[in-house]
Design a protein around this ligand. Structure first.
Ligand code: PEP
Ligand code: MG
Length: 395
């Protein structure tokens, strides 16, 4: 998908064929000519290879380590089975985020427990021994089901804040069916002994997380009562996407097996903008020192007590990767098309030098003079200079 192109509609006449390369964010207009078989095959290849910097062979290398010897876990975000093509290459840790709502969003009717079980066990079989984290349904808000669009599910779900676990807690059967399918899919897969990981999105309060845990327990008990085996290890984690939970981490930590920063939403709620509104989505930078300091505080508060990753799309972009390494993040889950780019970046960077550089830059930008000097306070230009000076990117 390519989104946010304002001028495109003025350049088109009805019937113009388009080539859309979602990985590179490009749209080519072929004015009223048939694109022909050759162009069609170029388009197919470029879609598959996902951009000039994607190099599948590179991913056959060992898991990435920075120049000063810090191992970084590199996972991918996946929405559909097609995203798992490279997951078994040695440099990739696994799937840090599997967005289960996408198959729901594409379906014309609610997937049955059996349908979901088959789908999830197919996914688990593709993973082999590598970890995969299923995120429970994050529908509502900007993620509408076709069923909602057709009015078959209450359109209240389109209200921006009534989504994910808020919706699941109010309509628990959707979630219960999904949990049932996760449990059965794991037992039907070839890798029963790999832990089942379930991740809960949009947690604002500890009590919400505990309510979801209870629902999971009810489903585990139900399976046992029916005489079905259940996975021997089930890990349940929370996503940090809403700032309020950052101030309840001490209370949350005893109950979570892992945490994941969902920086797309976290950034949206931190700056109070709508991520799907083009007028606002580029206004506040991921690389603003205030947001980076917020992320750094989270890393420091968690302090290695449970595994912590970041799975927002922002972790996929080169300068953002630098910033994340600089503030101490050691597990990145990125979009499949960017994974080799990120891999290369990690291996070329000296984390210690980067950290010193970032601390200095942040201090200056957050100083009273630094803040008033600029309309938008961001580390982007400085990180770019660092990357160019160290040969990490071309100028
Ligand atoms: C996020 O918010 O960063 C995230 C990974 O979830 P979503 O699917 O909402 O982008
Ligand atoms: Mg999110």
């Amino acid at each position: 998908v390519v989104a946010g192109s304002h001028s495109l509609f003025y350049m088109l006449t009805p019937g113009d064929p388009l080539m859309i390369d979602g990985d590179k964010g490009k749209i080519c207009i072929h004015s009223r000519r048939d694109i022909g078989p050759r162009t069609r095959s170029i388009l197919k290849t470029s879609l598959r290879s996902s951009g000039a910097d994607f190099n599948a062979a590179e991913l056959d290398g060992p898991p990435p380590v920075t120049l000063d010897g810090i191992p970084i876990r590199l996972s991918i975000n996946a929405n559909l089975p097609e995203d798992l093509v490279h997951v078994n290459q040695p440099s990739i840790d696994g799937v840090g985020l599997f967005r289960t709502e996408i198959p729901f969003m594409l379906a014309n009717e609610l997937p049955s427990v059996r349908g979901q079980t088959e789908f999830y066990s197919h996914i688990l079989n593709q993973m082999g021994m590598k970890p995969l984290c299923f995120r429970t349904l994050d529908i509502g808000g900007d993620k509408m089901l076709l069923l909602q669009k057709h009015g078959e599910v209450s359109t209240q779900a389109t209200a921006s804040g009534w989504r994910a676990i808020r919706l699941s807690l109010d309509r628990p059967m959707l979630l219960r069916h999904q949990i049932r399918a996760f449990l059965r899919a794991k037992m039907a897969s070839n890798y029963k002994n790999v832990p089942l990981s379930i991740m809960i999105p949009m947690v604002a309060e500890v009590s919400e997380f505990l309510s979801i845990r209870k629902i999971i327990q009810i489903e585990i008990q139900r399976e046992k009562t029916l005489g079905n085996d259940v996975p021997s290890v089930i890990k349940i984690g929370a996503m940090i996407e809403i700032p309020s939970i950052v101030y309840q981490l001490e209370q949350l930590l005893p109950f979570v097996d892992f945490l994941a920063l969902g920086s797309n939403d976290l950034q949206q709620f931190f700056f109070a903008y709508d991520r799907d509104k083009p007028e606002l989505s580029n206004r506040y930078d991921f690389l603003s020192p205030s947001f980076l300091m917020f992320l750094k505080q989270i890393i420091e508060r968690v302090d290695g007590r449970v595994p912590l990753s970041i799975c927002g799309e922002s972790a996929s972009h080169r300068l953002n990767v630098l910033a994340l390494l600089g503030i101490g993040m050691t597990h990145l889950s990125v979009s499949p098309s960017h994974v080799s780019d990120v891999y290369r970046m990690i291996k070329r960077v000296h984390r210690g030098n980067l950290k010193t550089y970032m601390d200095m830059a942040c201090q200056h930008l957050l100083s009273p003079e630094g803040c008033v000097e600029r309309t938008s306070v961001t580390l982007r230009h400085r990180l770019k200079s660092f990357a160019v000076d160290h040969g990490l990117i071309r100028s």
